[in-house]
Each structure stands twice: as C-alpha cells, then as structure tokens.
Design a protein around this ligand. Structure first.
Ligand code: GLA
Length: 418
C-alpha cells in the first residue's frame, strides 16, 4: 500500500499531515526551520498505528554490506526485490544503513556521498518507488553516526524536511555518541521533527535496548531495537531471542520489539539454524529486514525468506508477540503465537546438538480439548486432524526436531460436532 493510500485510510493522519505540511512550508519559505512545538502524546498513537499495523518488512544494507553502499547496489537490490518475489512476499522497505552521508553544506543540509550516490538521493528514492517499494535511510541522534558520519544532533528539523523532500518512508535512528542524552526525550523530538516534515515516515529506534525502550517507545517510533547488534552466528541468535522474548507485552499493532535484522543467507549458520532464526523472528512478531545479498540468493535462502506461511505468522493482524509456553530444560522450547483467525502458530525449537522429540498438549497452547487441524509451515503439508481430549498423556502432539532446528506448525481448532 502506498503512503497516500495509508493516509486515505486514516482521515486523522491525513489532517495531521496537512497541518504539518502547512507549518513546514511556512518555515521553509523564510529559509528557517520551524520552531519546535511541545511534544504532544495524543496524535502519536494514531500516526504509529497507521504506519506499522504489522511488523515492517524489507531489506537493510548493514549486515552484508556495512559501509560498502552505493546507488548501484541499491538499484540492483530494488530490481532483485521485485524479480525474486520478495516484494510480493511483503518485503517493501529498502533501507540504506550507515555511510551514505559525508557532510553538511553551508546551510546545514546533509550531503550524500557524491562519489557513491552521484545521482542523489531523490532520484534513487524515485527509482525505488518506481519499483513499488518504499525507501529508507539511516541517521543517529548524536553528532556522529556509529561509523563516524554526520549525525542528526542540532539538525532534526532540517534533516526531517530534507528526507521528506527526497521521499524517505522509513528512517533508522541510531544512538552512537549519545551516552549522556535522555533517550525518550530525544527520540520524541525526532518523531516531532518527522511529523513537522508532513510526510509519514516510519521511525526505527536503534538504541539497542539500553534505555528500556519497551517502556516508552510505543507512540514514539514504530519499532525499537531490544538488544545489541546481531552477528551471523547461532550463539548470537540464541542470546538475542532470550533478551527479546522478555518484552512480549510491549509489542502490538503500531509498535514492535526489534531483535535486529536478519542474517539468513549470510553464510555463518547452517540451513536448519537459519530456518530456526527466521521462525523465531516470525513467532516473535519481529520486523523482517533481510540482511543478505538479494542479488545472489541460493535456493535454500529463498526457501526461507520467501516462506509465505511463516511470513503470515509474523504479519498476522492480531499483532501478538509469541511466547515460550514450554521450557523443557534440556534444550527444547515450545513457542506459541495466537493468530487473528483463532488458530495458533507453534514452534518447537531445539537448542541442543542432537535430535529431540518434542510435544505439546492443547491445553498448553490455549486450544480447547478435541480435534484440531495441523499444518506444517516448513514442509508445506497438512498433517491432518489431531485429537487431544486432555485425558490421556498419549494424545500429546509430538514431533522430531533436528539439532538447532525447528518444526513450525499452525493449528486450527475444529468446529465442535453438531
Ligand atoms: C549500530 C547499529 C547497527 C548499524 C551500525 C551502523 O551498530 O546497531 O545496526 O546500523 O550501527 O554503523
């Protein structure tokens, strides 16, 4: 859906956007930035709900390319997102992370690297939009980004106005060089600058969970990192899942815990480990930002990133973050995420080094006793009707899970017999 379509769906957001457009135009006409009005809480929730009713999906340059970004990469990635079916599967935001920016001009306007982005950001955003995608960029609350590029400190309004002019739809805002600042206040100021720009822009808060964002970030940004940076390793996935799982209460339509971008396809994990990584992100209703080279994906990587049945769990409109319902104590964990149609997504995860038999009772995942239809979301197979009346232990639903692997199913209670 385009931004205009979003706005059309929500008259309150449209009115808000119009109001901000007027104030920004007035300020720009005199060559000054608008004076910042006091932060007001009420419209924030409305704007947030419009921008990310389900977890954002897309691609971000950082995990694979680091500072090695240029407009050729972005154009080729945009092409690949369409050609590979990523866009059709829901990946809409194409985000350039750190290192696109080099300086500010005499008027304080941020300058994109002229060698790497000779056509400029507006033309690049137009290209991305022309493919049916949305365009994202990166900044930092402090004076410098994590890679030492110009940050947004002292320039929130001029940056927001510039990004709006370029056609930016999403901005990730980092927290390097900000240690002594007040995170809730700074990010709220940045949100307000975005609002004054008149363009609805998703705000991805990236302070790595340092200031308990799960307590304040909803209504400020649409997603907030809960942990330090992910690495392309099984250990990293395990640590991040443990940390992110603690904040399930905070997630829901309009605001999402962000356990960081995906590493699927970057080479540091096995196929089973990447499947588990992706399944856990989906069951935790995490933003799904691919972080691999989309121009050169193996069939295995495609099978993971383009698994529409697992993506549907992530993107379910109920917006619940799944939780651990069984902790077996020897490496087996069972997760459950309730879905809008009354079904349950269940992931059996195996953290151990050998195959594990795992099982669940309907009572443990909030299903009524009786028959329920089971579908395997990785095998793409119906597993038939399984009946757990709650009476006999032998009725438990059981699966074999490979080492570091996952079995993920969706279970629909059968309507009671008449
Ligand atoms: C921080 C962020 C990363 C990435 C880099 C860029 O480490 O957490 O996701 O944006 O900065 O420098």
């Amino acid at each position: 859906m385009t931004i205009t379509a979003y706005l059309r769906k929500d008259p309150a957001a449209l009115a808000l956007a119009a109001l901000f457009a007027v104030s920004v135009l007035a300020a720009c006409g005199t060559g000054k930035t608008a004076k910042e009005p006091p932060a007001g809480p009420a419209p924030a929730a409305a704007a947030a709900a419009v921008l990310a009713p389900v977890p954002p999906m897309g691609f971000n340059t950082w995990n694979k390319f680091g500072c090695n970004v240029d407009e050729k990469l972005i154009r080729e990635t945009a092409d690949a997102m369409v050609e590979t079916g990523m866009l059709d599967a829901g990946y809409r935001y194409l985000v350039i992370d750190d290192c696109w920016q080099v300086d500010r001009d005499a008027g304080g306007r941020i300058i994109a690297d002229p060698q790497r982005f000779p056509g400029g950001m507006k033309a690049l955003a137009d290209y991305v939009h022309g493919k049916g995608l949305l365009f994202g960029i990166y900044s930092d609350i402090g004076p410098k980004t994590c890679a030492g590029r110009p940050g947004a400190a002292g320039s929130f309004d001029i940056d927001a106005a510039t990004y709006a002019e370029w056609g930016v739809d999403y901005i990730k805002v980092d927290w390097c060089n900000c240690d002594d600042l007040d995170a809730p206040a700074e990010y709220a100021r940045f949100r307000d600058a975005l609002r004054r720009s008149g363009r609805p822009i998703v705000l991805s808060i990236c302070e790595w969970g340092r200031n308990d964002p799960w307590k304040w970030a909803k209504g400020v940004g649409q997603l907030w990192r809960t942990t330090a940076d992910i690495g392309d390793s099984w250990d990293s996935v395990v640590w991040i899942v443990g940390a992110n799982s603690r904040h399930a209460d905070a997630a829901g339509p309009g605001g999402w815990n962000d356990p960081d971008m995906l590493e699927v396809g970057n080479g540091g994990m096995t196929f089973d480990e990447y499947k588990t990584h992706f399944s856990l992100w989906a069951i935790m209703a995490a933003p799904l930002m691919a972080g691999n080279d989309l121009r050169a994906m193996t069939d295995g990587t495609r099978a993971i990133l383009l698994n529409k049945e697992v993506i549907a769990v992530d993107q379910d409109p109920l917006g619940a973050q799944g939780r651990v319902v069984i902790e077996r104590g020897y490496g087996g964990q069972v997760w459950m995420k309730p879905l809008a149609d009354g079904s349950k997504a269940v992931a059996f995860v195996n953290y151990s080094k050998g195959e594990l038999v795992q099982y669940v009772r309907w009572s443990q995942i909030g299903l009524p006793p009786g028959p329920a239809k089971v579908r395997d979301l990785w095998a793409h197979e119906d597993k038939g009707i399984h009946t757990d009346t709650g009476k006999n232990y032998g009725e438990r639903f059981q699966v074999n899970v490979p080492a570091h692997g996952v079995v993920m199913v969706r279970i629909w209670p059968e309507p009671p017999a008449r």
